[in-house]
Design a binder for this molecule. Structure first.
Ligand code: GRF
Length: 200
């Protein structure tokens, strides 16, 4: 199963996938390229250290969002992915991208969707006073963090937490969940019944 991973930041979810693939010859998936929407991020360094092709598709290099979406679609298509993994990618994937890869794009989000979607899921859960939050791996659809949920894990919120301590605790769990889900989908596939995703 050929994976293209999209990142925007530190890339620790990417690193977890790289480590799992290196550790298990039967993992069932391999990363063929890593893409980002910006330069100079650790996620790209991690990919380069792993000897992977990388590409950067910046919105400001294009006349508008639609042109960027098309350029990103073509850049990803060049690697012929079976599955696209958005791991901390901080842009909304547009119409072209979803038309080309829809149904084969998964995202990891640091909250228990449908609670706290969007860019500040960790901060919003903390501000709300939630006692339990977590992480969600889901298929990407045209909405923001609204696609069918594949798997979730709960993470407790501690009284002394701030956004960083809580996000770090979530990421510990999130990385393991993403590695497990990607491997199972790669090896066993999945089916969707309405909004219900079944990964055997
Ligand atoms: C992850 O928690 C992801 O869910 C969120 O941003 C974080 C990215 O972390 N969107 P990393 O770049 O994988 O370290």
């Amino acid at each position: 199963c050929r994976l293209v991973v999209l990142v925007s930041g530190s890339g620790t979810n990417l690193q977890a996938l790289l480590d799992a693939i290196a550790a298990d010859p039967d993992y069932g998936a391999r990363i063929v390229a890593v893409g980002a929407d910006r330069d100079g991020i650790a996620g790209l360094d991690r990919a380069e250290r792993a000897g992977l092709p990388t590409f950067v598709c910046r919105v400001k290099d294009h006349e508008d969002r639609a042109a960027w979406d098309l350029a990103l679609t073509e850049a990803v298509a060049g690697y012929q992915p079976d599955l696209v993994v958005s791991a901390g990618f901080m842009k909304i994937l547009g119409k072209e991208f979803l038309a080309r890869f829809g149904g084969r794009v998964i995202n990891t989000h640091p909250a228990l969707l449908p609670s706290f979607p969007g860019t500040h899921g960790v901060r919003d859960a903390l501000a709300y006073g939630a006692k339990v939050t977590g992480c969600t791996v889901h298929f990407v659809d045209a909405g923001v963090d609204t696609g069918p949920i594949i798997a979730q894990r709960a993470v407790e919120v501690r009284d002394e937490d701030d956004e960083d301590t809580l996000h770090e605790r979530i990421k510990e769990v999130e990385r393991r969940l993403l590695v497990e889900v990607v491997g199972r989908i790669a090896r066993d596939g999945y089916r969707i019944e309405g909004r219900k995703v079944i990964v055997p």
